[in-house]
Design a protein around this ligand. Structure first.
Ligand SMILES: Nc1ncnc2c1ncn2[C@@H]1O[C@H](COP(=O)(O)OP(=O)(O)OP(=O)(O)O)[C@@H](O)[C@H]1O
Length: 266
């Protein structure tokens, strides 16, 4: 990875996040550069989704500033925010059983005028997004009839159709089987190679070690640390984060493996 020139695509300084004026964490600093993958790890309920919503401009910061290419996010319109940062939710079935192409065209909403109907260029953008992920043949299938991995890729395609350079993904490998996890992780890495800045949450430290350039951890009491993946993801940091003794060791291949320091009771 080369050092990025200019301001990061998205950054935050002195950020305090929370609900109703009650801070879950303070003084967070984060930068998302083009061509990088950042993973956010932390136990249930510490505020990962809250941080994502704040970075997306859906929730106001309690303190601090989120910036898009150096300019404050809060000053942007909702459509401008959507053209800058795309959100990929978990791939649960949709309430309505849309065709895949219709789901992906919905990513174009921020490009349509008020009451605007999708035009040929919006359909083309949706088809291009599906094709770029190798799933163009799913266009006419029903979203809810796809496998979890296919659904996740369709939601990534919707984010691509949105045309935003920053993609924020909420646990994209959750509830996927091994093959589909690998499929999605491979595409996450490919998005960075295409120049996107990707931020994703995961409960799997090894997924972060596999795809992330940078890692941020958010722990109990608002403990926060961010930096290069291999520097942040140490046994000591993971043990503190999850409150159980964990080790990080290199396999003969060089791949880092996370294991419990002890298994079973004494
Ligand atoms: N709209 C809200 N109003 C008030 N409190 C909220 C709201 N949404 C979430 N919270 C609280 O904020 C805390 C952090 O929630 P959040 O969903 O950000 O955690 P998380 O780290 O994403 O958890 P998980 O890993 O389980 O998805 C929780 O205590 C939650 O109950």
């Amino acid at each position: 990875m080369t050092a990025a020139a200019g301001p990061p695509l998205l950054s935050a300084e002195g950020l305090a996040i929370g609900h109703g004026g009650r801070a879950l964490a303070r003084d967070l600093a984060l930068r998302l550069d083009a061509g990088t993958v950042t993973c956010l790890l932390g136990p249930n309920g510490v505020g990962k989704t809250t941080l994502f919503k704040t970075l997306l401009g859906l929730l106001p910061p309690i303190a601090g500033t989120v910036r898009l290419a150096g300019a404050p996010l809060a000053a942007r319109s909702a459509a401008a925010k959507a053209r800058a940062v795309a959100y990929v939710p978990q791939a649960s079935p949709s309430d309505f059983n849309y065709a895949v192409l219709d789901m992906v065209v919905m990513g174009r909403t921020a490009h349509l005028g008020a009451f605007g109907a999708p035009k040929a260029r919006d359909l083309a953008a949706a088809q291009d997004a599906l094709a770029s992920l190798g799933i163009g043949d799913l266009a006419l299938r029903a979203f809810n009839h796809l496998s979890g991995g296919q659904r996740q890729l369709v939601l990534v395609a919707r984010a691509l159709a949105q045309g935003a350079p920053v993609i924020v993904m909420d646990e994209p490998t959750a509830s996927l089987d091994l093959a589909n996890r690998l499929l999605v992780l491979r595409e996450v890495r490919a998005l960075a190679v295409r120049g996107f800045a990707v931020l994703l949450s995961t409960h799997e430290p090894e997924h972060a070690l596999a795809v992330a350039d940078r890692v941020a951890v958010l722990g109990a009491g608002g403990w926060f640390k961010a930096g290069a993946a291999r520097e942040v993801l140490t046994g000591a940091t993971l043990s503190r984060l999850y409150g159980v003794p964990l080790t990080v060791e290199a396999a003969p291949s060089g791949r880092l493996v996370v294991s419990p320091a002890e298994v079973g009771g004494a």
